[in-house]
Design a binder for this molecule. Structure first.
Ligand code: ADP
Ligand code: MG
Length: 483
């Protein structure tokens, strides 16, 4: 358990996250308007989204399917009957004067999510619920000195609000939760998880308590838009609460903001209660009833998800939990790895993919989808090592060239004459030349300076431009020096 040390002893941080995930769907939750990101303001607004009098919402079945698919992916209960409620509040970018959401009867109930922790261990966190709701429009304050503009493109877009139990115990765990949730949503194709574009937003509920004690009063930090900020906001907020409590104060339940320039949380408003919203079932919408056979059909069509893929990689390819985590976190990475590993030494494939390839992609700021080295070409490179055409060391050089130019490994080896020298005669004569040129060092070696062995290996490799087969160099040197 990770505790925070205060002036008066240890404190435990308790965190529950509410994630708003925008559903991947061409049309909105209750209207046929488009949902493309970055379109001209107010170009994707139907009369329903603008709340013209007399307009009626019509549920988009595909959005429901996406929510059910997500629920199944989170191993959650699917509620065959759920209800849409009106959550009433006034805001300039909410023309209806209420948001259609789900309150008492959400479409998805309890589920779970497995955290993959940096030390390779894992821990299960409870999901409380997932409900469907519509997004609000957007107020734009920075285009005019005295006016605010309203863009209703986002108004009515389908969101899933995914609520966790207060099971998280550190900022790192909150980060691991969000990464895993994003990974699952992307595998399922239900949300693109893009936090910069706002298609995944997070409210962090934070409280502190003495280890194992009663739950403390929570504060909620609204709409944090990156995992890094979520972690920083939690750390700041936990320390702030500890300070207040240690000075004899009390925590008031409130909604706070994360200030991205000063890196502090600030009070925004006192916490609203459910009754403030005067929730009631939306009379324009019937209860949502799902056909169990339809739910089953969605379940059967679920893709292999990260947890199962990880288990399979560990069992079939004998990978460590750590390597498997790195590889399954994005489906494209897992697919790439599998293509390289199939029919080859899987551990070696994992090392090359997570080490050389991911390192190079990272440095170049590229995604796996636009890797200049294809899985087939990386596989071909490993085959050249496997059949002793080149050594592992030369292979790294070849890889760099492949990454820079997109050339095939075989062509690079031929063009640059990098074929490994396995001809023992050639290696022997190179070694003889090295030993003759360093007679003094040979003497020192024979009188006990064992460390010089490495020097002779190095000189031989240098003399052969790194192309001598290292195992043969070792063998022949040993025979000549010690024999
Ligand atoms: P609200 O909409 O009022 O914020 P929700 O039930 O939607 O209420 O969400 C409450 C969130 O706060 C959940 O993620 C839950 O795990 C979390 N939470 C509840 N109690 C605590 C607590 N004492 N400390 C930290 N988080 C908490
Ligand atoms: Mg909340």
């Amino acid at each position: 358990m990770t505790y925070i040390q205060g002036e008066t002893g240890n404190w435990e941080v308790v965190i529950g996250l509410e994630v708003h995930a925008q559903i991947i769907s061409k049309a909105k939750l209750f209207s046929g308007a488009a949902t493309d990101f970055g379109s001209d303001p107010n170009s994707q607004v139907s009369f329903v989204d603008a709340a013209f009098p007399g307009m009626l919402p019509v549920i988009n079945a595909f959005c429901v399917e996406q929510a059910v698919r997500t629920g199944l992916g989170l191993k959650a209960e699917i509620n065959l009957v759920s209800v849409f409620d009106r959550k009433n509040y006034f805001y300039a970018d909410l023309p209806q004067g209420y948001q259609i959401s789900q309150f008492q009867q959400p479409v998805v109930g309890r589920g779970q999510l497995v955290l993959d922790l940096p030390d390779g261990s894992s821990r299960t966190v409870g999901i409380t619920r997932l409900h469907l709701e519509q997004d609000a429009g957007k107020s734009i304050h920075d285009q005019h000195p005295t006016k605010t503009f309203i863009d209703l493109n986002r108004s009515g877009v389908a969101l899933m609000e995914i609520v966790s139990e207060p099971d998280l115990r550190s900022a790192e765990e909150a980060g691991a939760y969000l990464r895993k949730l994003r990974s699952i949503l992307r595998y399922l194709g239900t949300c693109d998880g893009n936090m910069e574009e706002g298609s995944m937003r997070c409210d962090c509920n934070v409280s502190v308590r003495r280890p194992g004690g009663e739950l403390g009063t929570r504060c909620e930090i609204k709409n944090v838009n990156s995992i890094r900020f979520v972690q920083a906001a939690i750390d700041f907020e936990a320390r702030r609460q500890i300070e207040v409590l240690e000075e004899g104060g009390t925590i008031v339940q409130e909604t706070r903001l994360w200030d991205t320039t000063r890196l502090v949380t600030r009070s925004m408003r006192s916490k609203e209660e459910a009754h403030d919203y005067r929730y009631f079932p939306d009379p324009d919408l019937l209860p949502l009833e799902l056909d169990p056979a339809w739910v089953e059909e969605i379940r059967r069509a679920l893709p292999e998800l990260p947890d199962e893929k990880k288990a399979r990689f560990m069992a079939d390819f004998k990978l460590s939990a750590y390597d498997a985590n790195v590889l399954v976190n994005e489906k494209a990475k897992a697919d790439y790895f599998e293509a390289v590993a199939n029919g080859r030494d899987a551990k070696m494939a994992a090392n090359w993919v997570t080490g050389e390839l991911f390192g190079a992609l990272n440095k170049a700021g590229r995604e796996i989808e636009d890797s200049p080295v294809s899985a087939a070409d990386l596989g071909a490179l490993l085959d050249l090592i496997g059949d002793n055409t080149i050594s592992g060391r030369i292979a790294k050089e070849v890889f760099e060239e492949m990454f820079a130019t997109g050339a095939k490994p075989g062509d690079i080896v031929e063009k640059k004459g990098l074929r490994q020298v396995t001809d023992t005669g050639a290696i022997e004569s190179a070694i003889d030349a090295v030993l003759a040129a360093n007679a003094d060092k040979v003497e020192e070696f024979r009188s006990g300076k064992d460390k010089l062995f490495g020097f002779f290996v190095g000189q031989t490799m240098k003399a052969t431009q790194g192309k001598a087969n290292p195992a043969l160099v070792n063998e022949i040197l040993t025979r000549k020096l010690k024999g």
